[in-house]
Design a protein around this ligand. Structure first.
Ligand code: ZN
Length: 119
């Protein structure tokens, strides 16, 4: 009889643990669903912002940018910082830096091929 009572007590304890775990999982699931909804809204906002930003950009330049972005692991543009390409670290000569600063056409890093810009 004692073994049956002990087994029942164990069963109740396990069922209590299971209920706590189910409650915790349910709470975490609700939080993840809320996070997913928030991230989906952010993504839609960012996509709309991106579309508005790229609409005035020349289609040839945009295609070049998109191609470079795919080839260069998501980073198509590099800042000129301390006389070098910030993406690859290659030192840039003065003429290239000047072109990046005042260019009317795209200027590319001679080493990594990314589009250079200088503020
Ligand atoms: Zn570079």
């Amino acid at each position: 009889m004692l073994r049956v009572e002990a087994a029942q007590a164990d069963l109740l304890s396990v069922l209590d643990d299971l209920k706590q775990i189910q409650t915790r999982l349910s709470d975490e699931n609700k939080k993840l669903i809320a996070d997913q909804e928030s991230l989906s809204r952010d993504l839609a906002d960012l996509q709309a912002e991106r579309n508005a930003t790229i609409s005035p950009v020349d289609t040839v330049i945009l295609k070049t940018y998109e191609t470079l972005r795919k080839q260069r692991r998501g980073l198509a543009v590099a800042e000129v910082s301390e006389n070098a390409c910030r993406a690859c670290g290659t030192t840039l000569n003065a003429a290239l830096q000047q072109s990046a600063r005042h260019a009317t056409e795209l200027v590319y890093c001679p080493s990594c091929g990314r589009i250079l810009y200088a503020g």
